[in-house]
Structures are given as C-alpha cells and as structure tokens.
Write a protein of this length. Structure first.
Length: 478
C-alpha cells in the first residue's frame, strides 16, 4: 500500500461535541444517533444490553441500552494528551473487544492497551499499559479476546501480541515477530485454538496455537493485484467459517481458513468500495460493512454473491472537500440476531434489532425518486491523460516504444491508477506508463482509484497506429 495510507491510517475526527438526538437512517431497519464528533473505528457488544466503541482522540462511547438515542450513550476520553491532526493516526483506539459484559480491552495505534472492569463508567475506569517501548512500530489495528484469559492483537511490521492476563500490564503481553513484515489489520479467533488475521496485501495469517510463538503461525496470500487485496476486517464465528473482504467490495469466505489461499472463495459485492469489517453472530448469519454507508447481510455466507443482501444505511454524500468518508463505517458487532451495532464516522452509532430481515420496499414518492437520482453514489476520481504518442508511428521493424502521462482532476482523493492496453486487463500503474507495441492499431485506458477503492471512469485514447514507412502516405491514412 502507498506510504501515505500507512501514515494516515484510516481517519481521525477533531474532538467531542455535544450529543444529538436519535434519528432514523436511510436504511429500513437501522437507527442512527450521533454521540460527539470523533470517528469511531471499533465496537464490541458482549450482550444486547451493552456496547462499547472506541475511536479517534482516545474516545470511548458506551451504552447499557444500545438502541436508545444519543442520550443513552456516554462519551469519555480515556487517553492523556491532545488529539493529533485530522489525518494523523495518533491517539486512535483502533479495536475494542469485551470477552465479558464486565470486562473490555482496547488497543491503539500508539501501542497502548486499555482495559476496564467497568467499561460504561467514566474515564477513570480505564487503565492503560504502554507497549510502544517494547519495539519499533507497535501500531495495533486489530484485537480479539475469545476468552477473558486470552487476547490476541495484530500490528504493523508483522507483529502479533498475545496475553493470558489482558489487565496485567506491559509485562503480561508477548510480542511475536513474524518472518514477514506484514501490515496486519484485523483478527478473529473462533476459539482459543484458532485465530486468523488479515492484512494489507491480502495476507491470511492463521494459528491453531496462538500462544506458540512465530513458528505457530502460517502465512498465505490471496491472489490478485495489490490494489484489490487490501483486507481490513475478518470474522470467524466457528472453525468451519471465516469471512473477510477487500478494497473493491469482494467478500472472501472459507470453510477451512488454515488451508491456504486456495481455501478462500471470492464473491463480488454490490458496490465498489472497501469492506471495513465483518461480524457473524452465527456460522449461518454474517454482516459486512463498507466505508460508504453500505451493509451486506447473508444467512448463507458461503453461497456466493447472490446470497448477500445489499442495503445503503448512510446516504451517499461527498461531504466537504476536506473531509473523507463522511458516511464511512469502520466497526461492527453483532452479539446475536437481535442486535447489530456499527461504529461510524463523526461519532455515529447505528443499530438494528432485525439486521437479517429484508428491508421493506415502499412505493417511492416523487421526493424520494429525486433524492435517489441526486445521490447515485460517491464522486469517483477522474483520470486525465496529459500526453500521448502521435496517432501514427512509423518503424521499419520490431516494436515501437510509446509512453503516456496522466494525472487525476481531484488528485488528493486518489490512491493510485490502473492501466490497460488494447484488450488486456487493467493492472496497477504509475505515470508515465510505457509500452512496446507492434504493428497495427492500439488503444490505451487509465482509471484513477480512490482511497476507498472505488474506481473512476476510464480515460481512453486511440486508436493510434504503428506502420511500416512508405513514400509520403501518412500512417493513419492507410
């Protein structure tokens, strides 16, 4: 992944504001409330009557009545110091897990482990252990505690952190260095005997003995272009099922998660943006979310794309030009089929008490039709081809070398580009892009790729022609 993405993490917000009242989301059975303004990145609901979320600015949101309005949620800042810049990954609580209603653990990008035996209490109810001195680059992104006596966290640099005493301070955690410096993002443990982690380049790292050190973990990588392999969240409700998703909304399922890359089956989702998290209250019920306000649910997770229902629950919107992901969702927890809770951007928490029911389809009003036309989806980055070869190229033999330069109209929102020549497939590329082409007509296409993974419309040039030289007849006229 580009270094800028690794530097900024996902997103930060700019402080905690007053809570607002609950309001219905655009999804049929989802309710939205806004509690402060910090981007929330992880959430855990040990029961249907308790949820704890963490996010930017070391913010913790908690509720003993998750389906209540904003007044039913408490916001506290559990970390010391000022919050970093908007795009800085510092002071981010990236993941939360509560193995019991009265015990929660959270991890931060800064290498802090937070624990509490009163997670719905005030800021003083949380204790912090600073793991960052244990080694460089202890930037933690994912956490799972299958029991109160086992927690496993994943970090950048191919580090896995384990403990049998999560509240035992720095000395209670063991840092395991994997052979490869993987940028690990998410982890799920079906039990104390199976944990599976995912990472930036499509890595799948698994272990049936998570406390066994580096040798107990096996690594594999999903196939595909790097830009399509970015994995953030994973859910393993049982040893016989794990579900994850990538940058371009492809879901991957496996009934044998330790079986290597070939054991994972892809299913293309119904949007084109990055899946950020997955949770499954049972092996036959899973929910995935993306950072464009969409929810995908299934009662047959391994049944392919057709087995997943798509629903937009936060309206598509571009938001201010200096704010990314105004409707991004980054964490989900479903303790049962009676509750799913989502942590989203700008202090937003969404809940549903019937997440697996198909949304109703009322007859649209004229106003609703007009709104739908207005919000067809996110604005996509637009590639512009700045220079190209001449339309006619004459060579005596061999192949001609051609080169294209391109950029994006909205460069700040672009993560990369994909290019293709003629009927080939799109592949990641950089400007300038060169090819060697033979005689005949050729076409070139480039698409810009946004930070969330969605691709803009292809900019295409052609045909341009490569010809043998002749007496005074221009190549393109033949």
């Amino acid at each position: 992944m580009p270094s800028l993405w690794k530097q900024v993490g996902v997103l930060l917000a700019m402080g905690v504001l007053a809570a607002s009242s609950a309001a219905p989301a655009s999804g049929a059975d989802w309710a939205l409330r806004t509690v402060g303004d910090s981007i929330m990145l992880g959430i855990s609901c040990p029961t249907t009557s308790r949820c704890v979320a963490g996010g930017a600015g070391n913010t913790v949101l908690s509720s003993e009545d998750p389906t209540a309005g904003a007044s039913g949620w408490k916001s506290v800042n559990v970390g010391a110091g000022e919050q970093g810049p908007y795009f800085s990954p510092s002071r981010q609580i990236r993941a939360v897990d509560c193995p019991a209603p009265g015990f929660c653990v959270a991890v931060s990008y800064e290498g802090l482990i937070y624990t509490s035996t009163n997670p719905t209490g005030d800021a003083g109810a949380w204790s912090a252990a600073d793991l960052s001195p244990e080694g460089p680059n202890i930037h933690m992104y994912g956490l799972d505690c299958p029991t109160a006596n086992l927690c496993v966290a994943v970090a950048t640099g191919g580090k896995i952190l384990t403990t049998t005493d999560p509240a035992g301070g720095v000395g209670a955690w063991t840092v395991t260095q994997l052979p490869s410096p993987l940028y690990l993002r998410g982890i799920s443990c079906a039990s104390a005997n199976l944990c599976v982690a995912v990472g930036d380049e499509g890595e799948i790292v698994s272990s049936t003995q998570p406390l066994g050190g580096a040798g107990a973990w096996s690594e594999t990588q999903l196939p595909g272009a790097p830009i399509d392999r970015f994995l953030l969240g994973i859910a393993c409700p049982a040893a016989s099922l794990c579900v994850t998703g990538n940058t371009v909304n492809t879901l991957f399922t496996s009934t044998n998660p330790t079986g290597g890359a070939g054991a994972w089956t892809p299913a293309q989702g119904k949007s084109t943006v990055q899946i950020t998290d997955v949770d499954c209250p049972s092996p036959t019920q899973c929910v995935a979310i993306d950072n464009n306000g969409d929810v995908l649910t299934s009662t047959n997770p391994t049944g392919g794309a057709a087995a997943w229902t798509f629903q937009n629950v936060l309206a598509y919107t571009e938001g201010p030009k200096d704010m990314l992901n105004p409707n991004g969702m980054f964490g989900i927890s479903c303790p049962s089929t009676a509750l799913c809770a989502i942590a989203a951007t700008h202090g937003q928490i969404l809940t549903s008490t019937n997440p697996f029911d198909p949304p109703p389809a009322p007859a649209p009003t004229k106003k609703a039709k007009k709104k739908h036309r207005k919000h067809k989806g996110p604005k996509r980055p637009r590639a512009i081809i700045a220079s190209r070869p001449p339309p006619g190229i004459e060579i005596a033999r061999g192949k001609a070398k051609i080169r294209f330069r391109f950029f994006a109209a909205n460069h700040a929102s672009v993560r990369g580009y994909v290019c293709k020549l003629d009927k080939r497939h799109f592949k990641p590329c950089k400007s300038p892009k060169s090819y060697r082409v033979g005689f005949g007509k050729h076409w070139f296409s480039v698409r810009a790729v946004g930070w969330t993974g969605y691709r803009g419309k292809a900019a295409t040039l052609g045909p341009f022609k490569v010809c043998h030289p002749t007496n005074g007849i221009y190549c393109m006229e033949r």
